[in-house]
Design a protein around this ligand. Structure first.
Ligand SMILES: Cc1ncc(COP(=O)(O)O)c(C=O)c1O
Length: 404
């Protein structure tokens, strides 16, 4: 008999994967709808959804079947050739958004943001010379980890180890119209905004601010670029969060929920003069037929199952119920992208206790706030279970601190 002892996934993971993330809190082996199962077969309610990704819920057959069927017929040919699924996906995104100037397909959120930045720079240079290259971004913004997207991101700690980053990014405080107005000028190629800042702590932008950004971009012949990587594809109770405000961007970046767990991103644009020309930008895998077919199946299932509406109604129910939980100071966000600001909160401890004691997954998006971004198929019962679990953990913590 072998004496070899197979160590756990967690131990092997710590040795085999580069330590870009802190030690993981659990190892999951299976997912169904809004539920995950760990190695011991324990069930968890998932309000993280792979960080706002698994829009249809775990194990949904539609994208898996579409992926498998398409891969069996035609897998990959590169963007040197046309394929029907990529074209159909681009057409569908144009239909849903009304942005009919063309879509660039890629593999992740950071890549979609990079494409947005390059589109604005390409156009800015063509129309205003090399000086028109600046991208105005917001304090608190998160746009991804590649160097351009990182330059547009705000958090110093994420950026400093990798400096020098590309120049030409200017940050202003969110919802401060005076600061935005002062920052935009003839040097501005684009204004890049998240309609709701996700990683920054789930902070929605005022609709009036978005409208003013639109007007400023127009006045200065710059592009309004919306990063909908986290907010898009139904998450905020509309197909795209900007549709709630009625402010139309020149381009929006998508990823996360578009593949419901499969890696695909997109930059969807309004007609942009002096935009990309052949040779300007590209990616080997972007729009590969199996991934495009899967994303189409995701969009179809979201539509057929009414998940945009579900995100709105269950999101409201969840937010309303959370607001009256003792220990909750504020609930913010739209649809099923919510932050729960804790009154005396150590959010990381509360998230850990929810996982360990109640088997409810949330993440601590700031030191004092929990983020809830579950699958869009979350039910009222799921929402009630989450609220009850949070209430119990906060009550126990308050009791503990009184005793202590
Ligand atoms: C708003 C936003 N933009 C861009 C990104 C980067 O996406 P990815 O991790 O797929 O590169 C994220 C990821 O969290 C995001 O939330």
């Amino acid at each position: 008999m072998s004496t070899e002892v197979r160590s756990s996934t967690a131990e092997r993971g710590a040795a085999a994967l580069l330590p870009t993330y802190p030690p993981r809190a659990a190892t999951f082996v299976r997912g169904v709808g809004t539920h995950l199962y760990d190695e011991a077969g324990r069930e968890y309610l998932d309000l993280v959804a792979g960080i706002a990704v698994v829009s249809l819920g775990h194990g949904h057959p539609a994208p898996i079947e579409a992926l498998a069927q398409q891969a069996a017929v035609l897998g990959h040919v590169s963007n040197l050739f046309w394929t029907e699924p990529a074209v159909r996906l681009a057409e569908r995104l144009a239909e849903l958004s009304g942005l009919t100037g063309g879509t660039y397909l890629c593999n992740s959120g950071a890549e979609a943001v990079e494409a947005a930045i390059k589109l604005a720079r390409r156009r800015g240079r063509a129309r205003g010379g090399p000086g028109r290259h600046e991208i105005v971004c917001l304090e608190g913004a998160f746009h991804g980890r590649t160097l351009g997207a990182l330059a547009a991101t705000w958090a110093r700690a994420k950026k400093e180890p990798f400096e020098p980053l590309p120049a030409g990014f200017r940050h202003v405080p969110p919802n401060d119209l005076e600061a935005l107005t002062a920052a935009v000028g003839p040097q501005t190629a684009g204004i890049l905004l998240e309609p709701v800042q996700g990683e920054g702590g789930v902070w929605p932008l005022d609709p009036a601010y978005l409208a003013a950004a639109r007007a400023l971009a127009d006045d200065h012949d710059a592009l309004l670029l919306l990063d909908e990587v986290q907010t898009g594809v139904g998450r905020c109770g509309a197909w795209f969060a900007w549709q709630r405000s009625g402010v139309t961007p020149d381009a929006m970046a998508l990823a996360k929920g578009l593949g419901s767990g499969l890696p695909i991103g997109a930059l969807v644009t309004r007609a942009v003069e002096d935009g990309f020309a052949p040779g300007d930008h590209g990616t080997t895998f972007g729009g590969s037929p199996p991934l495009a077919a899967a994303a189409l199946a995701v969009l179809d299932a979201i539509h057929a199952e009414g998940l945009v509406e579900n995100a709105d109604t269950v999101g409201r129910h969840l937010a309303d119920a959370l607001r009256v939980v003792p220990g909750v100071a504020e609930v913010r966000g739209h649809g099923l992208l919510l932050a729960v600001e804790l009154r005396d909160g150590d959010a990381a401890t509360v998230a850990a206790r929810l996982l360990e004691e109640r088997r409810v997954l949330v993440n601590a998006v700031t030191p004092t706030a929990l983020r809830l971004c579950p699958p869009l198929c979350l039910t009222h019962d799921d929402a009630d279970r989450a609220v009850e679990a949070l209430a119990a953990v906060l009550e126990a913590s308050a009791g503990g601190s009184h005793r202590g």
